[in-house]
Design a protein. Structure first.
Length: 505
């Protein structure tokens, strides 16, 4: 078990890491961009080669806690003048090899750069050794560092401030750190005491207060408390409940199929304060004759706004291969084949034809009935700007929901700066057969429109009201203005909530 972190030792470690310049950009410069990408893929050879022969503090700490390699005691003591090897051992971060006297890493401590509207920050995040450092599959109580799912959820987070937040299934604590930048107090829960100790260690190491950790499953540790924000990267991986299949705590919630994700979505509404927002990741199953998105729709509680975005659907074999490899089992081995068969047998027994992955946002309205119900498949877009994009889209929806069609017609709108138009013509024809609006940022949506709506979007430059523009377009196209308004205005609402248009204040 990781020792309970000592604040004084954590502060000494932070001082040493800071003095060594132990930061993401510095490490990338030290071992090179290609090696940095290899490290992200679990390949440490190129980075190890690049640091060979160097004994400066950055290189020593990079080998020890960035790559999970042994270093000499003299090198470690020199790189950690304030903490020392004995202090690092007291924190549970290193161990001394009795045979060689070398310092062996017990965990990884990696820099993690993060930026939001509050500015740029560089954290140091401690977590368990990965497959490369261990030289084999992970133990079932493994505490994951900042992986792809963690980064995705962090980038999805709205920048709305609040008083309290819940990080459900905190793991190493990265989401709790992120939420603390937006709220005064964070409650971080997990079923793993080891994970909670990592969370407390990382909070102390980065001098972040206001994070309270609680042990327990799902919402049990918070009773009937409510929060302004809830974030959860739950252990959503669908795992066969049969003997011989590893049940990794960081990804397996101990329930059959997608029941863990269903429970989180069903119960989170009871823990949202009025106006509160919960964001989570999840997997959901497709069964014969039943869409995964329809399953999610059935999980969302009454009285809640919901926006669910499905990013991809994997077939049973692709899903099994993804998560068997994730656990460190090598393709081509008997163990790999056995685990794949276990997954496929489980899916076949339960009639699972595919597994969706996506993002879930639910909100408790401040007052009145829900106004947002979106369940959609969106495959495009880069994740870097999803949080601000979602915040803008949600604000546009809320404003539009308060307007009837006459009020919307009186509104002045502006086309988003990342929107472009593409027209497709058949050879020899003057009029386009297809007109598309394309979004450069956000989810990179492509929307097919007719000439009237294309003309309206093109004219939305923040000058004239929508109704005036529609009337002018109707006159030019020689169509009835009232009919055109009735046709166009619902689609204008859709363009607002998807970020193609915005209100001109």
């Amino acid at each position: 078990m990781l020792p309970e972190p000592d604040a004084q030792l954590c502060h000494a470690l932070a001082s040493d890491l800071r003095a060594a310049g132990y930061a993401s950009a510095a490490l990338r410069d030290a071992w090179g961009a290609q090696a940095d990408d290899a490290v992200a893929r679990g390949l440490r050879g190129p980075a190890e080669l690049a640091l060979a022969g160097r004994d400066d503090a950055l290189a020593v700490l990079g080998r020890l806690w960035g790559l999970g390699l042994t270093v000499s005691r003299a090198e470690a003591d020199a790189a950690l003048p304030a903490l020392g090897v004995d202090g690092a051992a007291a924190l549970g971060l290193v161990a001394l090899d009795a045979d060689t006297g070398r310092v062996r890493p017990a965990v990884l401590v990696r820099p993690q750069a993060f930026g939001d509207e509050e500015g740029e920050v560089e954290w140091w995040i401690a977590s368990d050794l990965d497959e490369a450092a261990l030289g084999g599959p992970l133990p079932e109580d493994h505490v994951l560092g900042v992986g792809g799912a963690s980064q995705t959820l962090a980038r999805l987070q709205l920048t709305r401030r609040g008083g309290t937040a819940l990080d459900l299934g905190t793991g190493c604590g990265i989401q709790a750190l992120r939420l603390r930048r937006l709220v005064d107090r964070v409650v971080a829960t997990d079923i793993s005491e080891r994970a909670l100790r990592f969370t407390r260690l990382n909070a102390l190491l980065n001098d972040v207060d206001g994070i309270e950790t609680r042990l327990g499953s799902l919402f049990e540790p918070v009773g009937d408390e409510t929060f302004d924000r809830v974030a959860s990267n739950p252990p959503f991986v669908i795992t066969p409940r049969v003997e011989g299949v590893p049940a990794y705590e960081y990804r397996d919630g101990g329930m059959e199929g997608d029941a863990l994700v269903a429970t989180v979505i069903r119960e989170v509404g009871a823990h949202l304060a009025p106006g509160g927002i919960a964001q989570s990741l999840g997997n959901w199953e497709y069964h014969d004759g039943e869409s995964g998105l329809d399953r999610v729709r059935g999980w969302v509680g009454d009285g809640l706004d919901a926006w669910v975005i499905e990013r991809e659907v994997l077939d049973p074999l692709a899903y099994a291969e993804l998560w068997v490899r994730d656990g460190g089992t090598v393709p081509g081995t008997p163990a790999y084949a056995r685990l794949i068969e276990a997954w496929l047998d489980d899916f076949a027994r339960r009639g699972v034809t595919g597994v969706g992955f996506g993002y879930v946002l639910v909100r408790k309205p401040l007052a009145g009935s829900p106004t947002l119900t979106r369940y959609e498949r969106v495959a495009g877009g880069g994740e870097a700007g999803f949080g601000p994009h979602l915040a803008d889209c949600l604000a546009a929806h809320d404003r539009a929901a308060l307007l009837d069609d006459d009020d919307l017609a009186d509104s002045v709108l502006r086309v988003a700066p990342d929107v472009t138009e593409a027209r497709h013509h058949r050879p020899g024809e003057g009029d386009p057969s297809v007109i598309e609006l394309r979004q450069g940022g956000g989810f990179a949506r492509t929307m097919e429109v007719d000439p009237a709506l294309a003309a309206l979007v093109g004219a939305c430059d923040g000058d004239l009201p929508v109704g005036t523009l529609v009337d002018a377009i109707a006159q030019l196209m020689e169509v009835d203005a009232a009919h055109l308004r009735a046709d166009v205005l619902p689609r204008v609402r859709e363009l607002l909530v998807t970020g193609f248009l915005s209100f001109e204040d």
